[in-house]
Design a protein around this ligand. Structure first.
Ligand code: ADP
Length: 517
């Protein structure tokens, strides 16, 4: 805070002080001034933080307090009688700054300045100063009082703030994503260059306008307004809010909006930083890829099904004819075609998931029966591992029996595939509160924790397992989506080399009370 109050001429102050003394003590004028001088001298000396000194009317220094000695380095006896300009830089002297201060003080009753001053040893410091004219009781100018305060630290802090601001601004300006800063009324405080270039707009059309009124009103979306209001009141951040619209000048675009609040300690009002990500091209490529996968897998399905039929026909014929060698080749052809069919079905499922068309039947069934059935089926074609089923409960669940079976098949085949050295895989079925949980535990190569979240993403494959992986990285993605469609959850517990447990949970079936009850 500024230490100085509104200017009051020293003449008035001294007058009041004398008047008070004379009233209370009833002493003579001469004595009052002596007491007053001494009093002021003490006050000035106590102002260690401030350099306080007086000059004659021509700017010659006439008094000098200890604060001035501390700050400027000159002792009282060596500076008295020297010109006031001594503490100014050569540049300021050249620009007549000392005279300017005197003129301002005389004109307005107070000269105020911020500048570098020079100490006795020649070093500079940043100072703020006040200069008052001194009048005697006849209102004749007797000189000036100067108060100087060292503001080096404040100047440094200001410079640091300015540097930090310039740094932040340069980052914001170079960021390719359009950014807006909004105030609590959702009015634009500022926008970066990318915003103007992306949306072909100008600061005049943007700043100080409420976000809903920008452009042709494409941000006037109730859900967006709710999110922005919500982050002001509680949540502080939202991510990937999708906006698909026809934008003025740039056409149809898909944008992801991300926002966070910027709290400012010195202001009670927060700001919102709103970032826009143009995902139009990415979306288009995704769409093309999905279409291609859908088309390719669809087109492959029919010939592969025919090939499988012909293979089975030839297999039976060669078995009948006792041609064991051909039968052997045809049976491995059949198993490869089965693998191809699974792959094609998985790809079709991925395409269906993208378009939200993954069919799901709704039936109530015993989950234990399904698990046992699948364990037996997989055991029948697995010579390398012993599949152990554990669980003595018979939970009823409602959902798509085939789809849940597909999830379990995927987990079991993975467990076998990724534990080539192990001899068994254990399947546990338990119920906990309102959920049935199926755990598939293997004793194989395991998964480092960095992969645990990503493993359920499309096409994610682990490359640090030291295994030649033949899959596409979509089995777990499909499984997880199926479980999510059943209002369940899937997760993994594993360490590299320490085996893996995949668990999925699905809600237990509960009889809905009939309307009559
Ligand atoms: P993929 O067809 O490649 O097996 P998945 O989606 O089923 O696709 O699995 C994704 C990746 O997860 C696999 O490539 C593999 O690295 C890892 N993984 C899956 N199951 C296991 C497991 N039981 N143990 C170790 N790694 C596994």
């Amino acid at each position: 805070m500024e230490p100085y109050q509104e200017p009051r001429t020293p003449q008035t102050d001294t007058g009041q002080f004398s008047a008070r003394l004379s009233e209370s003590e009833g002493q003579g004028l001469h004595h009052q001034f002596r007491v007053g001088d001494e009093f002021f001298r003490l006050v000035l000396e106590s102002l260690e933080e401030y350099a306080v000194f007086t000059t004659d009317t021509d700017g010659t220094i006439s008094s000098w307090n200890s604060g001035a000695q501390r700050l400027l380095g000159y002792a009282e006896q060596e500076i008295i009688g020297k010109p006031f300009a001594l503490i100014f830089t050569a540049e300021d002297i050249e620009n007549h700054a000392p005279q300017g201060e005197f003129a301002q003080a005389l004109q307005t009753g107070r000269g105020k300045d911020e500048r570098y001053h020079v100490k006795k040893d020649g070093t500079l410091f940043w100072a703020s100063g006040l200069l008052f004219p001194l009048f005697d009781s006849e209102k004749n100018l007797r000189g000036f009082t100067k108060i100087v305060r060292d503001r080096t630290e404040q100047k440094r802090a200001q410079q640091l703030i300015a540097e930090a601001r310039a740094y932040a601004e340069s980052i914001v300006e170079t960021i390719r994503e359009p950014l807006l800063v909004l105030d609590t009324d959702l009015r634009v405080v500022s926008a970066n260059r990318a915003f103007y270039t992306t949306f072909h707009t100008t600061p005049q059309e943007t700043e100080q306008r409420v976000i809903h009124t920008l452009g042709k009103g494409q941000w006037n979306i109730p859900a967006l307004r709710h999110l922005l209001e919500a982050i002001l009141s509680s949540v502080t951040v939202f991510e990937d809010f999708r906006v698909e619209d026809e934008f003025p000048a740039i056409g149809k675009k898909v944008m992801f909006l991300n926002a966070r609040t910027l709290s400012r300690q010195t202001h009670d009002k927060e700001l919102i930083l709103l970032a826009f990500e143009d995902v139009t091209e990415r979306d288009r490529l995704h769409h093309l890829k999905d279409e291609f996968i859908h088309l390719a897998s669809h087109e492959l399905k029919t010939p592969v099904t025919s090939l499988k039929g012909f293979t089975q026909l030839l297999l039976r014929r060669s078995q009948k004819q006792g041609d064991e060698q051909t039968a052997h080749i045809l049976s491995s052809m059949e198993s490869k075609l089965n693998m191809l069919t699974t792959l094609i079905n998985d790809l079709l499922d991925v395409a269906r998931l993208q378009t939200g068309k993954l069919s799901q039947k709704e039936e109530v069934f015993n989950l234990a029966d399904l698990v046992q059935e699948i364990v037996q089926d997989i055991q029948a074609i697995t010579p390398t591992h012993h599949l152990v089923f554990e669980g003595d409960e018979n939970p009823s669940v409602s959902g798509d029996r085939d789809r849940l079976g597909q999830v379990l098949i995927n987990l079991l085949t993975n467990a076998i595939k990724y534990s080539p050295q192990a001899e068994k895989v254990v399947v546990h079925l338990v119920t906990e509160e309102r959920f049935a949980m199926v755990r598939v535990e293997d004793f194989g190569i395991g998964l480092a924790s960095v992969h645990h979240e990503k493993i359920f993403e499309q096409y994610y494959q682990v490359t640090d397992q030291g295994m030649n992986n033949s899959g596409l990285g979509i089995g777990l993605y499909i499984s997880n989506e199926i479980i999510k469609q059943h209002q369940g959850r899937m997760w993994v517990e594993s360490t590299q080399g320490g085996g893996t447990i995949f668990t999925f949970s699905v809600p237990l079936h509960t009889e809905r009370p009939s309307p009559q009850q």
